[in-house]
Write a protein that binds this ligand. Structure first.
Ligand SMILES: Cc1cc2nc3c(=O)[nH]c(=O)nc-3n(C[C@H](O)[C@H](O)[C@H](O)COP(=O)(O)O)c2cc1C
Ligand code: SF4
Length: 364
């Protein structure tokens, strides 16, 4: 796994092999380790995990079982977003099939090892996708974020070393186990090994889910796969990687889909959603919408996010020019003072709008 250099697909791109090493290297008091598949997928415009959970559930379960075998876990959970009612039966059916085949449960395939998986339905919250909030919710507590450290790899579900992975990350594992690290690395001409699932929103001529190699240019994805925009509209900007991702103007469409090139422009791969905005989009309304989304979804644990995002929404909502210094101070407070990437990530798209569309934001 370390040689394959599989990067976590949940947004932070943390190397999976390193995380497995942390979990395997922590000795739990009761000998129990846990694997959790994060299927909370709340990014607007993202339906990658939904597709995998509903159409390729065995790939996800196999990735979990391989992870459990490697780190020494006996128990697994898939946390499924409550807005995905079809994912639950698909996963439950797949778990029953795997149990019947002796691939899950006690003494898997006569190996003496045991690993079983429970499917858990979420309760409807964006921030519960964050791993500490997800683990709280999984225990029946309120889904709010906790300070890290301790990281879940050391103290997670009920204090046990817990491997939390995104669904797509886990779906990559069976290929690596079957074909080896070099075959996996060879899938990508870009700096990051492997492929990425991306999904294009309804503004494209052919919206949908596509699998691309890292390093593929956004132009190839948007014009080649997506067929450009519908009804003769022209592309104004893209938001890649969810609501915490920066906004890339159409002039930068030749940027490759990879972590470093996107970061150069204040953007990220994130979870892989690609949302197009056309020439009719009002960028100030978009900035306000993002602040409102952030404020509505804030878990309320820390005040820069709980109060700041609402103030940001008000600042952009008030008719007339926007005070640039006030907005800047607010963004800085969010970045420096927020407890998790919800509050410290939301300034990124606002900063891109300030940089690329200052006139539309009416900054003074
Ligand atoms: C506000 C917020 C929401 C998140 N939502 C998700 C999510 O829906 N799915 C996900 O896999 N990770 C989400 N994450 C990231 C998780 O905290 C965690 O990093 C991830 O599940 C680890 O998996 P990975 O190593 O496979 O990327 C979110 C993080 C934050 C701060
Ligand atoms: S940044 Fe927002 S979502 Fe994250 S802990 Fe603070 S209040 Fe909760």
């Amino acid at each position: 796994m370390k040689d394959a250099d599989l990067k976590g697909r949940g947004g932070a791109a943390f190397p999976a092999g390193v995380k497995w090493g942390f979990v395997a290297g922590t000795t739990p008091a009761d000998g129990q380790r846990v694997v959790v598949a994060n299927g909370d997928e709340g990014d607007p415009g993202s339906y990658i995990d939904k597709h995998l959970m509903e159409r390729r559930p065995h790939l996800v379960l196999e990735g979990m079982a391989l992870a459990a075998f490697t780190v020494g876990a006996q128990r697994g959970f898939v946390f499924v977003r409550s807005e995905y009612p079809d994912s639950l039966p698909a996963l439950r059916r797949a778990v029953a099939e795997a149990r019947a085949a002796g691939l899950l449960g006690a003494n898997v395939l006569g190996s003496g090892l045991s690993f079983d998986i429970e499917i858990h339905e979420g309760a409807g919250s964006y921030v519960v996708g964050e791993e500490t909030a997800l683990l709280a919710s999984l225990r029946g507590l309120r889904g709010t974020v906790s300070a890290r450290p301790p990281f879940p790899a050391a103290r997670g579900w009920h204090g046990r070393p817990t491997l939390v992975h995104n669904i797509e990350t886990l779906a990559n594992v069976p290929f690596i186990a079957a074909h080896g690290a070099s075959a996996y690395r060879a899938l990508s001409p870009g700096a990051t090994p492997g492929t990425k699932l991306v999904c294009l929103n309804q503004r494209f001529v052919t919206p949908g889910l596509y699998e691309v190699s890292f390093g593929t240019s956004l132009r190839t994805i948007c014009d080649g796969l997506g067929g450009g925009l519908k009804d003769g509209h022209t592309l104004k900007a893209l938001q890649v990687g969810g609501p915490l991702g920066g906004i890339l103007p159409a002039s930068l469409l030749d940027t490759p889909l990879d972590f470093a090139p996107l970061a150069e422009h204040g953007c990220m791969v994130g979870h892989g959603s690609i949302v197009a905005f056309d020439e009719t989009t009002d960028m100030r309304a978009l900035a306000r919408h993002l602040m409102k989304f952030g404020a509505d979804e804030s878990c309320g644990k820390c005040f820069p996010c709980r109060v700041g995002l609402r103030r940001g929404e008000e600042l952009l909502d008030r008719p007339g020019p926007v005070d640039r210094a006030k907005l800047e101070a607010l963004l800085e407070t969010l970045e420096l003072g927020s407890l998790c990437a919800h509050g410290d990530g939301l300034p990124a798209p606002i900063r891109s709008l300030v940089e690329h569309f200052p006139h539309e934001l009416e900054l003074v």
